[in-house]
Design a protein around this ligand. Structure first.
Ligand code: NAD
Length: 290
């Protein structure tokens, strides 16, 4: 296929390189002048989008996605697919899909999980929203960039799945960290705490697979000085998107709201920026109830 790839950052560059390595003709554009292995540099986003089968975007947020979509959609052929893999708000995903459809293009929102490691290894998970025709067109590309793709529903459904999942993740990480901090103060050995909880009703991905206590459970960022991993500021971004969606859909999400407030304080006023999101554990350890 001929592919235009817009946004060659930490995630986009390795994803574009994997598509080129698999034999697709990829033209890339990034405002910062970034490039990717095997990818031809285009002078503008519109140039990367002209005459291609699929335009992929991997951008920081919904406002930038809307700007880029307004530039690329008029340049795209009818029937071409706009595949947005960024994590953005549901409203922007739906607005961009409407714009694409109005000019005869297909649109799929397909945010990812798996991080920079998954992007480089081609093992991302895609959560996709859009028509069957759009999903089918994207599927061979999902197979190259990832190991799993779930078609979640119509436009915006991929973003909805991503932010609901990450809201659970943020809330659960905080619950796991505050429970470890309480266990410490009660004199409970961390390994015993792990042995019990990881096989009892308090188990979760944050306890069993990504334990925030160093030296306990499988290897995780806690064993590497809380180097991300998944940075606290990215968790804050996703919790912000879930709260924006909850506001827009009139959903009551008090735990998500509190998790966002805690990560906001952690990132903006404590030492959370640049640390893994599991560094909430030392944060709770350093605090008292009063
Ligand atoms: P990044 O900041 O490294 O990359 C974004 C790129 O977009 C940058 O290179 C930037 O120059 C470029 N860009 C900005 N405005 C542009 C424009 N108008 N035209 C063209 N290019 C433009 O971010 P990233 O880590 O690659 O993340 C990309 C997206 O993936 C985000 O939405 C993020 O939330 C999501 N995501 C990231 C991770 C992760 O671990 N990094 C994991 C899952 C999802």
């Amino acid at each position: 296929m001929k592919i235009g790839f817009i946004g060659l950052g930490n995630m986009g560059a390795p994803m574009a390189a994997n598509l080129a390595a698999a034999g697709h003709r990829v033209a890339g554009f990034d405002v910062a002048g970034a490039t990717a292995t095997g990818v031809t540099a285009a002078a503008t986003a519109a140039e990367a989008a002209a005459g291609v089968d699929v335009v992929i975007t991997m951008l920081p947020n919904g406002d930038i996605l809307r700007q880029v979509a307004a530039q690329v959609i008029p340049a795209m052929d009818a029937g071409a697919l706009l595949l947005d893999c960024s994590t953005v708000d549901v409203d922007s995903a739906r607005a961009v899909a409407d714009l694409a459809q109005a000019s005869g293009c297909l649109a799929v929102d397909a945010p990812v999980s798996g991080g920079i490691g998954g992007a480089a290894a081609g093992t991302l998970t895609f959560m996709a929203g859009g028509s069957d025709a759009g999903f089918s067109k994207a599927e061979p590309l999902f197979d190259i960039m990832g190991q799993k793709a779930v078609h979640c529903g119509d436009a915006g459904a991929g973003q909805a799945a991503k932010i609901c999942n990450n809201m659970i993740l943020g809330v659960t990480m905080i619950a796991t960290c505050e429970a470890f901090a309480l266990a410490d103060k009660l004199g409970l050995d961390r390994q015993k705490m792990f042995d019990v909880v990881s096989t009892s009703s308090g188990y979760s991905w944050t306890m069993n697979a990504y334990c925030p206590a160093p030296g306990v459970g499988p290897q995780s960022p806690a064993d590497n000085g809380y180097e991300p991993g998944f940075a606290a500021e990215l968790m804050l971004k996703d919790l912000g998107l879930s709260q924006q969606a909850a506001q827009s859909a009139d959903a009551d999400t008090p735990m998500g709201q509190l998790a966002m407030a805690l990560y906001q304080t952690f990132v903006e006023h404590e030492d959370g920026k640049g640390r893994d999101f599991s560094a909430m554990l030392p944060r709770f350890m350093a605090r008292t109830r009063g």
